[in-house]
Ligand binder design. Structure first.
Ligand SMILES: Nc1ncnc2c1ncn2[C@@H]1O[C@H](COP(=O)(O)OP(=O)(O)O)[C@@H](O)[C@H]1O
Ligand SMILES: [Mg+2]
Length: 353
């Protein structure tokens, strides 16, 4: 087996810039030193040479010296509408290969309303929505309470609390104003899906050529070859039903080690097939590569119909904590194995392996 020079690129929480008026959860989606050291060990265990580099403008200096064959990219970025796409853009300028989705997909997936427009275009089920640039924009006639208000471009449950569920005009306007002020971005308002919380992780690439569009013929074959689906994971929100009926920032960050994750989620085979197919379809129409995780709510009021909330093309890889890591473990795929599966998917895509 060939030994590759792999540069691990990430944004460490301890290296993140601090600024006045910064929200407490500002850097909740960045990585810990422990995650980074475990990732380095994993890549080295795969037989490669690996070093860590902070994913910022210093890469223009540091990377050409290291001369990587490929970068293992998990950079979330710091500032800007398309911050997850910035390091990949640098890498493309430097003509260096990297794992995971490319610039367009990373920028798209960070923007939830824009992603939902693509999903809607393909008739993929995602909650009805409206994007608010101003607090007082009139609510569309198809938007019925209760509604759900969240930031358009955050992750890790940032801005998601029990107050995200709004029941009337007053609560709606209050929450839109809060999101805009605190996160300085448009607010995404969706139909509130009461029900179960499920996520599906996937590694690999669709065997091509596969156009990014889905055929509009219902009977067309469901193309998903080349993708390895992990069993769906459900977050058991039942113990928190009085405070958090959604996967809030509080649960994702403060209570992460106390949550009960059901994996594989108790779902029948038809539902798992449907979720896998939807995951493949989202992966395809957003142009994702190598790895992703798609989040769903299953609608309690409509026979548990699955609704796509978002695609995470840079899913967390914290050992023992991140959803994708838990899903892989449920199939006996340990952390180091999972990391090397992602790396291998990229190496194969670049025809290096
Ligand atoms: N339309 C919705 N209906 C019900 N719950 C929602 C809705 N949108 C988001 N949520 C809840 O908020 C959580 C975080 O939302 P999500 O869009 O996945 O953002 P994040 O990037 O923070 O994970 C979800 O896991 C879910 O529990
Ligand atoms: Mg999510």
């Amino acid at each position: 087996m060939k030994r590759f020079r792999v540069a691990l690129l990430a944004n460490l929480k301890i290296n993140a810039p601090k600024f006045e008026g910064m929200a407490e959860d500002q850097w909740d989606d960045l990585d810990s030193e422990k995650t980074i050291s475990t990732l380095i060990e994993a890549i080295r265990a795969g037989g490669h040479i690996c070093e860590f580099f902070e994913g910022d403008a210093t890469l223009f200096e540091t990377l050409p010296k290291f001369r990587p064959d490929i970068c293992f990219n998990i950079c979330e970025g710091h500032f800007g509408d398309a911050r997850e796409a910035q390091v990949p853009a640098i890498l493309e300028m430097l003509r260096i290969r990297y794992t995971g989705s490319k610039v367009l997909t990373l920028a798209l997936a960070l923007d939830k309303p824009m992603t939902k427009r693509i999903l809607t275009y393909h008739d993929l089920p995602t909650p009805e929505f409206q994007s608010f640039e101003r607090v007082d924009e009139p609510l569309g006639p198809e938007m019925r309470f209760p509604l759900f208000v969240k930031p358009s471009r955050e992750g890790t449950g940032m801005g998601v609390t029990a107050r995200s569920i709004v029941h009337d005009e007053t609560e709606l306007r209050e929450q839109i104003a809060y999101i805009m002020k605190r996160y300085k971005q448009t607010a995404l308002v969706e139909r509130y899906i009461e029900g179960r919380e499920v996520t599906v992780g996937v590694v690999g690439n669709l065997i091509g050529p596969v156009s990014r569009r889905l055929p509009n013929n219902e009977n067309a074959p469901r193309i998903q070859a080349g993708l390895r689906f992990f069993p769906p994971m459900e977050v058991d929100l039942d113990p928190y039903k009085d405070t958090d009926t959604v996967y809030s920032n509080r649960l994702k960050v403060d209570l992460a080690d106390q949550l009960t994750y059901l994996c594989p989620a108790p779902l029948d085979d038809d539902m798992v097939d449907e979720l896998n197919w939807l995951t493949a379809a989202v992966f395809r129409v957003t142009g994702a590569l190598d790895v992703s995780r798609v989040d769903y709510r299953l609608d309690a009021s409509d026979n548990w119909k699955p609704y796509i909330l978002e695609i995470n093309p840079l899913p967390g890889l914290s050992p023992g904590i991140s959803d994708l890591v838990i899903e892989a473990a449920a199939e006996g795929v340990g952390h180091a194995h999972l990391v090397n599966m992602i790396l291998d998917a990229a190496l194969e895509r670049y025809e290096l392996k």
